[in-house]
Write a protein that binds this ligand. Structure first.
Ligand code: EPS
Length: 385
């Protein structure tokens, strides 16, 4: 990370989640309601566990904002866990002398097994609590601050569900983002949604889970964010790392991605044509590069897709080994989600927003939003930019 940094803390069934953001400019309008609006968007996807009905995430701004505007100091946020009341004993901070049965049957696909070995703990609970995707609520809160900043520059971020299990959305018309926001699967194709919902219901009845693919679309990104000069300046690399870090994501592609590998060069790239419309003397008819060439934004929409694996906690648990006895046992089961793809898309939006805010701050600098905007406008006025 460059100028904008953040940390999250918190366990899934602990007191709550905390985030600290450093490097945001002063003068950015910011409210708890704006952040909470995006937190709610992460909790509405079809296929989530009943936990989503318990938690109604609200972000409390503890520092860094005064009278509705950021003041340049670290912004800290708290999201309380409603389930904490039921978990006080199991997740107690002080020892209380009561026997809590350790979890010793690691779930394949989770952090359980590697975690207990690495941290030398004989109970899976402390590992799963932090590995849980509950942490993504804090990322979405941080992402909301980043997107508030990006909005000032006309950068707009959307996400939608491209597939659930084997079912692909048919995307033959322009995406209606308002409809996506209303869709329980965040699917742009109402035709496909019914079958996807039925597939999730079927998986649930069978004690199984489903994965899928979400796509992020970012409009309004200026040319020249990121750089070709160093591996860790490359915008595509930074976005891929951020999106890949989301729990359950197993693949990330930009633009044509993996499918591009099977095409010829003459069909893979976006022809540059003269144009008399718009700010430049050229334009592109296609966007196979997904808005990034040579590690830099090229002014086209940024398109990122992520493959989400099926949730690893299964109603019909996979075979495992009891770490106490070394004998065959069923993996641990506790309440979990069936499908998280739509909500993972919201987390994807947040991670992409954080990376883009970071590269915008790197390029345009400034300690107050006014200064950043002045630098941004000066850059856009440079001939050829
Ligand atoms: C999760 C398991 C479920 C999810 C949780 C992620 O929690 P619980 O075990 O309490 O039912 O609901 O996601 C969230 C709590 C959230 O806010 O997204 C897991 O094991 O990763």
């Amino acid at each position: 990370m460059g100028k904008l940094r953040f940390l999250t803390a918190g366990e899934s069934h602990g007191k709550g989640l905390v985030a600290i953001i450093e490097g945001m400019v002063a003068g950015l309008p910011l409210s708890e309601d704006f952040i909470s609006y995006h937190l709610k968007r992460r909790q509405t996807g079809y296929g989530r566990s009943s936990r989503m009905k318990i938690e109604q995430d609200i972000a409390e701004i503890v520092s860094g904002v005064r009278l509705g505007f950021t003041i340049g100091s670290p912004i800290s946020l708290v999201i309380r866990n409603r389930v904490w009341e039921e978990w006080r004993e199991t997740m107690s901070i002080a020892p209380h002398g009561k026997q809590i049965e350790p979890l010793t049957m690691p779930r394949p696909g989770h952090a359980d097994l590697a975690g207990v070995i690495k941290y030398d703990i004989d109970d899976i609970r402390p590992i799963l609590e932090r590995a849980s995707a509950r942490e993504t609520a804090a990322r979405v809160a941080v992402g909301a601050v980043a997107r508030r900043f990006l909005e000032q520059f006309g950068v707009v971020i959307h996400s939608h569900t491209v597939s659930i299990g084997e079912l692909q959305a048919v995307l033959d018309i322009e995406i209606d983002w308002q409809q996506v926001e209303k869709s329980p699967l965040r699917c742009a194709s109402t035709k496909c949604e019914k079958a996807m919902v039925a597939a999730i219901d079927r998986a649930k009845a069978e004690g199984d889970t489903l994965g899928g693919v979400f796509e992020i679309v970012v409009d309004g990104v200026p040319v020249g964010l990121g750089s070709h000069v160093h591996w860790d300046n490359r915008l595509d690399g930074r976005i891929a790392q951020a999106v890949m870090s989301i729990q359950a994501v197993k693949g990330v592609e930009i633009g044509g991605g993996f499918a591009m590998a099977a095409t010829k060069g003459s069909q893979a790239h976006d022809i540059i044509e003269p144009s008399t419309e718009g700010p430049f003397s050229w334009h592109r008819v296609t966007n196979r590069a997904g808005g990034i060439e040579g590690g830099m934004s090229n002014g086209q929409p940024i398109i990122v897709r992520a493959a989400v694996k099926p949730v690893a906690t299964l109603g019909k648990p996979s075979p495992s080994v009891d770490l106490r006895t070394g004998k065959v046992a069923k993996a641990h089961y506790e309440r979990s989600d069936i499908c998280v793809v739509p909500d993972a898309g919201i987390v994807g939006e947040a991670m992409v927003a954080i990376v883009l805010a970071d590269v915008m701050l790197e390029k345009f600098g400034g300690d107050h939003l006014r200064e950043t905007l002045t630098n941004y406008r000066a850059y856009l006025d440079v001939p050829g930019s």
